[in-house]
Design a protein around this ligand. Structure first.
Ligand code: NAG
Ligand code: NAG
Ligand code: NAG
Ligand code: NAG
Ligand code: ZN
Length: 436
């Protein structure tokens, strides 16, 4: 809707023309949008949909371009307890460009659907807060040539492959420091600290496959038959299949050029080819966010007239994958006085994560699990270790994981061991007093 307002200011003869746009569905065409055009589009979506859209920047690229993220949801500005945080990231390799257009069309589709009161859009945005980073490497995009296979524009402005620049749990340098990392990687690391993201995908090009963690291994117990398996392998395989099975042809696993075929259109990352410093391992190990790498077209930079069919091929899978954020169980951990317990470990028997999943500052946890019986162990200082077992149903159909709060019991003072430094200091002072 466009309202044109004419106003005549008293004492002035000039006529002011103000164009106010409210709740407008901004049109988006099928072509490649440059970084400035993309920014304009995102600003317009943000300005026209203040009820569901929130545009923010997570930092700047090496050349100083904003890394824009559009959040959509009924509470797009801030987290709501019980509403999980989802993200899609695209164009990390600057010459793999289909993903950025897919995320713009997904934005257009969700906003249009919401404005039209379409159930499939309203239900997603009612139950989930979604974040889209359409380009993680705008500088690389500016350098990209339109080749299907060549790598011009893959790296950032400093010539670094951003998907090799994250801290790696298996590489020698096992730290999670930001020092010495690229601006775009630091921006994403900082972003992951602002919210507890639950599910994510990273859109690439040059193959047609959904690839899941781990991408790396140090030859430990995770290495099984040539694959590097996470403790949540069943969930990762399911997530990857949701994408490939809802895609027009990914599940057929047909090879691109001389690449190997992929059974069901999915692969363990390490089995395909090992890599250190990747973003999906970082998300999973350090940010407890399950991330899948989606290779959405054999050609990295296809002609623009291929975009409508690429969008149609991927639309259903992009939507279905988002809904999988409602797998498993979610809730809060409450301490002995009923207050939120931040940083409490919530562990699932049989799933030994490299770093245990912890509650956030609001005492919230999310755990993606396939339907089944599970035993949970909750550990929090000063409280008894809590163990509970229960059945976890399939959540995506109803747009909600099972909600389950864990109520902890404080360790009674009488049963606490008298070994605190305060006690020892008190005794020492008392003894000194006696001597003196
Ligand atoms: C997004 O829109 C809101 C509401 O109109 C506005 O306050 C905010 O500044 C906009 N964000 C950006 C990045 O322009
Ligand atoms: C939106 O759709 C729902 C169900 O499809 C319907 O119950 C509701 O009245 C609609 N709201 C508006 C404002 O049209
Ligand atoms: C979405 O949430 C709003 C308010 O929170 C509610 O009025 C509406 O019925 C919900 N719609 C759907 C489809 O769940
Ligand atoms: C899950 O546990 C319940 C209760 O102990 C039991 O009745 C049920 O058979 C179990 N289901 C499976 C699939 O193991
Ligand atoms: Zn790539």
């Amino acid at each position: 809707m466009t309202i044109i307002v004419f106003s005549r200011r008293l004492g002035m003869s000039r006529l002011f023309l103000i164009i106010v746009t409210v709740g407008v569905v901004v049109t988006l065409d099928f072509r490649y949008h440059g970084n400035k055009e993309m920014e304009h589009y995102l600003l317009r979506v943000n300005a026209s949909n203040p009820d569901i859209a929130h545009l923010y920047s997570i930092g700047r690229s090496v050349a100083g371009q904003e890394l824009w993220v559009l959040a959509l949801g009924q509470s797009s500005r801030r987290h709501t307890v019980g509403i999980p945080e989802f993200k899609y990231v695209a164009n990390m390799h600057g010459n793999e460009v289909v993903g950025r257009e897919l995320l713009l069309h997904l934005t257009d589709d969700l906003v249009r659907g919401y404005r039209g009161n379409k159930t499939w859009s309203v239900r997603i945005l009612n139950s989930t807060r979604v974040h889209f980073l359409p380009t993680m490497n705008p500088d690389g995009f500016d350098q990209a040539d339109t080749s299907c296979y060549l790598g011009q524009g893959r790296f950032n402005r400093n010539g670094v492959d951003l998907n090799r620049n994250f801290p790696d749990a298996f590489a020698e340098r096992r730290n999670s420091e930001e020092a010495g990392r690229e601006a775009e990687v630091r921006a994403v690391m900082g972003w992951l600290r602002t919210e507890t993201f639950v599910l994510s995908a990273n859109l690439h090009g040059g193959a047609l496959v959904a690839s899941y963690a781990y991408d790396n291994s140090d030859g430990g117990g995770e290495l099984v038959g040539g694959a590097s398996l996470t403790p949540d392998d069943d969930v990762f395989v399911h997530l990857a299949k949701v994408y490939s099975h809802n895609h027009a042809n990914m599940r057929q696993g047909e090879p691109c050029g001389d690449q190997p075929p992929f059974r069901d259109g999915i692969t363990n990352g390490y089995r395909w080819y090992p890599l250190a410093g990747g973003m999906q391992d970082y998300n999973y190990v350090w940010a407890q966010c399950l991330e899948v790498t989606l290779e959405v077209s054999c050609c990295k930079f296809p002609p623009a007239d291929r975009l409508p069919v690429l969008w149609t091929d991927n639309r259903k899978s992009l939507l279905a994958f988002m809904r999988q954020i409602h797998l498993g169980v979610k809730g809060r951990v409450l301490d002995g006085s009923g207050a939120a317990a931040p940083n409490a470990a919530v562990e699932v028997t049989g799933r030994h994560n490299i770093r245990p999943f912890k509650t956030d500052k609001r005492g919230e946890y999310y755990r993606l699990l396939l339907p089944g019986n599970y035993t949970f162990t909750v550990t929090f200082p000063g409280h008894e270790i809590l163990t509970e077992s229960f059945w976890v149903p399939y959540g995506p159909d109803g747009y909600s994981a099972l909600t389950h709060d864990f109520l902890l019991r404080r360790i009674e003072p009488s049963s606490a061991r008298p070994s605190s430094p305060g006690w020892a200091l008190g005794l020492t002072l008392a003894l000194l007093g006696t001597v003196g």
